[in-house]
Write a new protein. Structure first.
Lengths: 109, 114
């Protein structure tokens, strides 16, 4: 069965510190991996996807198939990064997203 | 940027009553989804809809649930006889398909079953 695991429920860092939000998945095929973010009182929105190999708002994530991980990283956290972050997996085009439990990132001044 | 619109933002109902949650997906999108999030838990998939039919549904999506795209613009989720455990935030989403497709989410409907 497909599963996404985010081991940290809450991650608290100081502004300017590096951030790594962990995500591990289980899926036997070739998944598509995503990070979605939900800022306070806003809707869920896509942050980045592994297929694009992009950097959004300073965040990057590399798919490591050997470790089945897709950790989200940012070298210098900003207060405006405080939000809920969800790692998600999709098997195929138009298929459902399977979400992890989410990690709340709190960046303190 | 275009948005998915959901109404109402809050819905309070009595157990056993029927509710209809409404969504207007982005106009050129082809895939439509309902998700829900019970307080303190993960976002869970309920159902996906493509080409005017259900393409996939979860175990949660039992006979009490149904979806409809009645007029080519709205996408509704109906719960026939609500239970206390149906209380959750319900999110609608849509996408245009394609590799690495981006899902656009609505702001959600908070359903409270009393």
């Amino acid at each position: 069965a497909q599963r996404v695991t985010q081991p940290e429920k809450l991650l608290s860092v100081f502004k300017g510190a590096p951030v790594e939000l962990k995500c591990n998945y289980s899926y036997s095929g070739s998944p598509e991996l995503f990070w979605y973010v939900q800022y306070s009182r806003q809707r869920l929105q896509l942050l980045l996807r592994h297929i694009s190999r992009e950097s959004i708002k300073g965040f990057t994530a590399d798919l490591n198939k050997g470790e089945t991980s897709f950790h989200l990283k940012k070298p210098f956290a900003q207060e405006e990064d405080s939000a809920m972050y969800y790692c998600a997996l999709k098997r195929n085009q138009g298929g459902k997203l399977i979400f992890g439990q989410g990690t709340e990132l709190s960046v303190k001044p | 940027e275009p948005e998915v619109t959901q109404t109402p933002s809050h819905q309070v109902t009595q157990m056993g009553q029927e509710v209809i949650l409404r969504c207007v997906p982005i106009s050129n999108h082809l895939y439509f989804y309902w998700y829900r999030q019970i307080l303190g838990q993960k976002v869970e998939f309920l159902v996906s809809f493509y080409n005017n039919e259900i393409s996939e549904k979860s175990e949660i999506f039992d006979d009490q649930f149904s979806v409809e795209r009645p007029d080519g613009s709205n996408f509704t989720l109906k719960i026939r006889s609500t239970k206390l455990e149906d209380s959750a935030m319900y999110f609608c989403a849509s996408s245009d398909g394609g590799l690495g497709e981006k899902l656009f989410f609505g702001s959600g409907t908070q359903l409270s079953v009393l």
